[in-house]
Every structure is written in C-alpha cells, then in structure tokens.
Write a new protein. Structure first.
Lengths: 472, 472
C-alpha cells in the first residue's frame, strides 16, 4: 500500500492491520496471484485481484463491505480456493475477501450435539477435534484435508457420502452472515427444526458468495460411526453396474454410506498407479460400497446383504478382509483424478447430476460425444447420488487450439444430454464463472428470472462476487 | 355462482367446472365455512373465504392466479387444512385455492428411488402405495393419516422422526410451482444433488404458501426399515431425562428414529386414557425411544446399547416384549393431545424449538409462567429434535375473558424464554397468522427486512396468502 493507492484500498488499510492486506503495489505479487485462481488448471479462468484482505471478525467483514459499497468495488469472498468452478476468482478485479484467518473452532457442544466454527476452519481439522467426543460432522466433501467449512457452505458442497448423510447444507443449523451493504444478521441457531419465517439460511447456503459473506456457522453433529466396511463390486458392463444400485439398496434395506463408481478407464488407470489389478475388461465398471454403523457385526451383516443382491445381479465381489483392504479400495478410488492427469494435460473436470437410472444412458451418450469430438471422456463419481465426474481430456494427437475451440461445444453437448435425461450441470462444484454460460440450457427461464431479481434485491449495486452464476 | 357475483368469481367459473367452485352465494355455506378454518380450535382465528376453487391441473392453478392478479384478489392455497397456525385460513377473504383434488400419485420410480405426486396426496396414502416396493418417504409429520404432502412441503412439516430422518424438506428433490402472477416454473428434479443457481426450491419449501403454489412434487425415497423396536425410559426428573438424550446418542453411537418426551402431567393423563400405569411420580418424565434398521438383531442390539447408557444415567427401562408393547408405548404418546383436551376446553398448542440442552431450563421457566398466570402448561414433544409442544390450558376456575386477556402475554413470555435459551417460536407448525405478531421477538430485524423484500419481489401485489408470517 502506497500513498497513491486507490482511495478504497487506503480505507481498507484502516480496517485491517498491515499483515492482513496485500496488494499488487506491495511486494507480494506472487501472493496476489494465488488469490486470482482456484483449482481449475486452465489459466483462462484466472484473474488477479487488486487487493486481498484477511479480516478476523464479523465486524471487520462488515467494514470491508461498507467500503466496497461506498466505492462500488467488487468483493469476492474466498475460503481455501479449492473450488472447481471459478467461484472464488475475482473476475472483475477489486477485493478478494479471504476468510482463511477466521479459522477458530469456537465451540464443540456435546450437550447440544453441535459445533460452532468460523468459516476458515479446515474441514479435517474440525473432524480431528471431534473424534474424542465420539461425534462427527457428516456433510464434508472429498477434499476435506484442504477445503474450509465456509467454502463448503457457500457451495453447498457434496461428497462421497451424500447418499446416506446428505450434503453440507443438511448439517448447517445456523449462520452469521454479512450482506453486501455491510449489515450483519444471525440466522437459525443450535436447533434442529425452525419454521419461523422464510428460510434465509438455506438461501445463502450454495449461493456461491453472491448474496452474503458467511462469518460463523453452527453445525449439527452426529454420533460417530463405530465401524465401517467396504467392498468392491465388479461388473461386466456399466449398465448392469448402475441398475444394480437402486435394486441393491431397495432389496437389502441397507442405505450405504458410499457407493462410488469408476468406469473401466478410470479403474484401470488408477490401478496402474496403485499396483492393484481388477479383472473388469474394456467395458466393465467398478462400484465401491461402504457401509457404516454402530458395530462391526451390524456393518458386516449389512454389507453381506448388499453383496448377496449384487451377486444375484451379476457382480463379482471383492470383500474387505482387513483394514488394509479398506484403505486399498479407497485408495484406488481416490487416485482416479491423479491417474487421469497422466492421460493429458488439458482437462475439464465436470460433475453433472442425474437421476440414478440415467447414469447408464448418460455413459453411452458420453461415449458418442467422445467419438464425435475425438477426445477422451473417462467417468467416475458418486453413483448412488447420481453425481458423475465426467472428464473431457485432450488427447496427445489434438492441438491445443482445436481443443480450445471444441471444448465449449463438447461441454454444451454433455450438459444438454444431462438435461434431456432429467439432470443438471452441477451437483457439487457449482456454477461460478466456468459454467455460467450454460445455465440457460438447464434452468427454467422463470426460475432464472426470479433468481436474478433476488440477487438485485439483496445486492442492488452488484458488488458481491459479480460475474458468477448468471449468464451474461 | 349467480349473475350478480363479483366479476372475478365469474371469471373463475370459466376456468373450473361447476362442481369445482363453491361460493357463499351458492347453497354450500357449510362447505365454505370449512375452508375458513384449520385445526386451531379458537374461532377468533377463523375467516370465511368468498369462494373456494378446486383446480385439477397446473394450468388451472395458473389461470386462477392470473385472475387473482388481474382483479387484485387474495388467494390462500390450502391442503387438508390440518395446520396449527392459521396458514391456510383466508384472513383477507377472497379465494381459497384448494389442492385437495390434485391428489394423484403420478409415479413411483423404484429405479430412481423417487415418487412424483400431486400436492393433494394424503401422506399415509403414499406410504400404503410404497410398501410393496420396500421403500418409504421418511419426511412425514405425525398427522400422516390426514395431512397432504403439498401442505407438508408448504410448512416444511416435521414430526417424530426428524432426529434420524430430518423434516419434509429433506426429501423434496423437485417442485413444480406457480408464481403469484400465474407463471409456472419447474425446480430441481429426480436428482439428489443440485447446485445449479440459487436453491429456489428450498425457498418455497416452508414459505407457507406466500411465494408460490406447489403443483407437483418429486420425493426422495429410502429403503424401508425392515425392523423397529421401542422402549420407555422413566426418569425421576425432567432435567435428568433431557440431559440423558445427547449423552445416550453420543456414547452408544446410535441415532434413534424417535425420542419422544412426556412430562409427568402428559404421561399420567395419557395413561388414564389408555389404562397403563407408569411409576414416575409428580416431577418425573418419560422418554419413548424407537430404533429402526435392517433387521431385528441389529435393532435389538442398538436399543440395548441405548438402554445401558440410559440406565447408567438413572432411567428405569420398560423394554418392548412384543409387537403389542410397541403399539402400547406409541399409543400413550399419541393419546397425549387427546388427554390434555380433557384438562380444559381452551388451549393453545405450541411447538417451540430449542437447543436440546435448553429443554430442561425451558421446562422450569414454563412452570414459573404457569404459576404467574394461573394456568396449566403441560409439555410433550420431539425431545431429540428440541421441539417442545408446550400447551397453555385455561383452568376451570379462570373465566374465558381473563384467559383471552392473559394468553397473548403468556405466549409472549414463553416465546421470549425460548429466544433467550437459543430457540425459536415454531419448529414445525409455522407462523401463519397465529404467531405473526411475535415474529419480531425472535427474528433478526435485518433478516426480517430481507424476507419482506423477497416477498415484495416475488409477489409485488401481495395477493398470495396475505396477512401471514409478517407482523403488521
């Protein structure tokens, strides 16, 4: 910060201490760069901020927003920057409001089965603190080691256990939030049920930082499962694998904690990294089932019920024989994104969401789209949630220029196929600015109109995370 | 309908057939009266409509709203009228839009684990249809034999199983809804995860028919539990009973399907109806625990774990020895409201929602308020949800005049106590017009301001269910 910095930056410097503000003009250029991107590798989605502030209280967040409101400067709230839709990228420049340093676990309250946290708490850190209490926060995504709870709430993040436990929003009981004009409000509290007025809290959850900045979160906790067990179910075809899922759940009466899906390419690529071998052939598919519960006997018996149904439907089952197997099975699944990286440097990680039964026809449509554009589209994901990570990849043989020109069309085709099959373009990553141009393809135009008018009502000057969600 | 009926009624008569429209002017006066009240006994909350229409399609609902919009006539949507907050009562007269005759189960889809229904389907009827599929809709309230699913969604109704299964909104995957100006929109679909734009669906759930009229609902289904088992836990004091709940859940690792609470008055009154005897004394309390799961062995073992912890905390356990016991235990709980009716003809059934640990101090505060006003306030409810049905009752010795003058103050004191203890005034019944004057006591003023501006944005003419939720 220098004396010829813009006025609003000088105003910000009176709100936070020096170490909690970095600008282009300071010698922290590299740091500023970090706050201009998220986990999307493609540099075309990056945009540097003019200034990054790190408030450490609700009051400071209010001050920052009042300054932004006064000077008409865009504010982009940011958690850990682990998003995959550009939601935390300041596409119009201005202020990045990082919540990283508001990272205190304020209270673990076993008598109410709740935890109260600041938004910058890393998800895994909360989990570590909860263990001694025999409690857990069930709504976490798969990036739990790095993502922050505030970011999860802003995106209504999902993960691999939504089929049993639901997504992040399911566990949010209360929020403190600051509106674009700097007013703060408290919503909900440490209570499970609340029908007092409109559910503003649910409105802020998943609104990608475009309506309010979250500064405190009350979370519901569940009793921590005492046992869990996994198995792999290997199928000769994707169609058989997919249709087995609802049938297995329904006939066994067991609601598994996870049902993860890997197509043949994903499973075999991951195995080449982990050193495993899964006999599934070119057109086969793998499902990973996890069951959790109150004791080993129960969990074992429930997994056996699922296995019996799956075998009847043509699966070969690899059961967990030791804790190492559990780790080994999950390791295959978790290595998939890394294995796919070796297939090509240019990728677009998608997360379409579908009715479960539509996953199989979707996979067939993806195969056609891959052929049509001459690209790879391996797929994996949270099968029982209908949440598919299909991953367009540029093959070595295709130029980057061609890739850049065909990718938007290929994505439009993928999203259209999802829409036609009763699905939508994002189940957990959000729209951000990566997918906003496709929103019209899937959203009801009347609904989009209402969303826009709500945005205008709450943020009339359009300063909070502009350039996101809504098509230009 | 006669030729000198108001113009808007004549317009309505061109939208629906004769048997789907009743007016004051027709010879259906008694029928009209029915649509001027809900389950609140107090006649002061009733108000007759001018006309009742029964559309049978989304298009007809759109037509009705277009007419109301053109003529500026209030429209009050209505399900079965089983509400307890006056939400379905047309306080400004005009049109009651009854969804009763849109009562088709459109599809049960086992391959996607979903059901699609019209709003007028009675909750229990859906359950009956789901049984053969081994599936169930878990988000139902305790009035399942009579309430409709549309009404449950409009109120985001809860019930006795929210601790394990959540409330109605948890299971809504998609909605068709008609806006006050007659535009229809489709939100969500048969998919578990969706972060495409703002979650308008969650905004309409629980908005008490003030933002949109729901015409179709996609529901998530779960595998139907194969077994369940109940027990009663008898305590010498309310405080011990309440504090045992989170401890039992945490230590056992078991998330019960229900934990119902009855204070001594409620339990003993109910027992006098059912012919049971529960040795709890004047200041004791009863908890009813139900556990459900995939088989009898598991359920039995989980209930035993809970019982062991509860006994350690001073409970005497009455275990279920046969299916008759299960019915007997639930019968005691279900008879409580009927038993309380015998304590006095004037009552106000409340449903405050609190942090679990606040239930005990709340009970103490209720005892003080009862003494202060010279009334009875027996209490029961969904303890593990922190949802307490406290029930102010006029004693024989008090005149109706006195009762009517003190009740608003007594309610204000109860709601203030709830607020002070971290709670709110309604967990499942809603605000309607019964509680709107108290909303300012518990809602953040900034939040209330935003709620009002959202209402104005979506319903600028204020024709949809006016006079509800917002204080005058």
């Amino acid at each position: 910060m220098t004396s010829n910095s813009p006025e609003y930056i000088q105003a910000l410097s009176r709100v936070v201490t020096r170490e909690n503000l970095i600008t282009h003009m300071s010698n922290m250029n590299t740091a500023v760069k970090k706050y201009g991107r998220d986990q999307i590798a493609d540099e075309r989605y990056a945009h540097d901020p003019d200034v990054v502030v790190f408030p450490n209280s609700t009051e400071q967040v209010q001050d920052v927003l009042r300054i932004a409101d006064r000077y008409g400067v865009p504010v982009t709230p940011r958690g850990a920057g682990t998003g995959l839709s550009g939601g935390a990228v300041p596409v119009s420049g201005g202020i990045v409001l990082s919540l990283e340093r508001m990272n205190r676990i304020l209270q673990i309250d076993p008598s109410n089965l709740t935890a109260t946290v600041e938004p910058g708490v890393v998800t895994r850190d909360l989990d570590t603190e909860l263990k001694p209490y025999g409690l857990f926060f069930a709504g976490y995504p798969m990036s739990e080691e790095i993502c922050t709870i505030g970011g999860n709430v802003a995106e209504n993040a999902g993960g691999g256990r939504a089929v049993k436990y639901g997504v992040t929003g399911t566990y949010v009981l209360g929020l403190d939030a600051v509106l674009p004009d700097g007013r703060a409000m408290s919503l909900g509290g440490k209570r499970l049920k609340d029908v007092t007025g409109y559910d503003l809290m649910k409105r802020i959850i998943g609104s990608e930082g475009t309506l309010a900045v979250i500064t405190k979160i009350h979370l519901r906790l569940l009793p921590r499962p005492h046992a869990s067990e996994t198995m792999l179910a290997l199928f000769n075809s994707t169609r058989t694998a997919i249709s087995a899922i609802p049938e297995a759940i329904r006939s066994s009466g067991v609601n598994p904690a996870s049902v993860e899906f890997m197509d043949s390419t994903c499973a075999r690529s991951a195995c080449s990294l982990t050193g495993d071998e899964l006999p599934i052939g070119e057109s086969g598919a793998v499902l990973l089932f996890e069951v959790d519960g109150t004791d080993r006997t129960t969990v074992h018996s429930e997994l056996r019920k699922l296995a019996a149904v799956l075998e009847g439907l043509g699966a070969r089952i690899e059961r967990e024989r030791s804790a190492e197997d559990n780790e080994r099975f999950w390791n295959i699944r978790k290595k998939v994104p890394w294995a796919l990286k070796r297939m090509g440097s240019d990728q677009s990680l998608e997360d379409i969401s579908l009715p479960i039964a539509a996953l199989a026809p979707m996979m067939e449509r993806l195969a056609e789209i891959a052929v049509q554009y001459g690209i790879h589209i391996p797929s994996f994901g949270h099968a029982a949630d209908g949440n598919l990570h299909c991953n367009p990849i540029r093959p070595e043989s295709m130029t980057q220029e061609t890739w850049r020109s065909i990718l938007p069309e290929a994505l439009a085709d993928i999203y259209n196929a999802a829409k036609t099959l009763g699905g939508t373009i994002s189940g957990e990553h959000g729209i951000g600015h990566k997918r906003k141009r496709y929103v019209r393809q899937v959203l009801d135009p009347v609904a989009l109109d209402i969303m826009r008018s709500i945005k205008r009502t709450i943020d009339p000057k359009g300063i909070l995370n502009p350039g996101k969600i809504f098509p230009d």
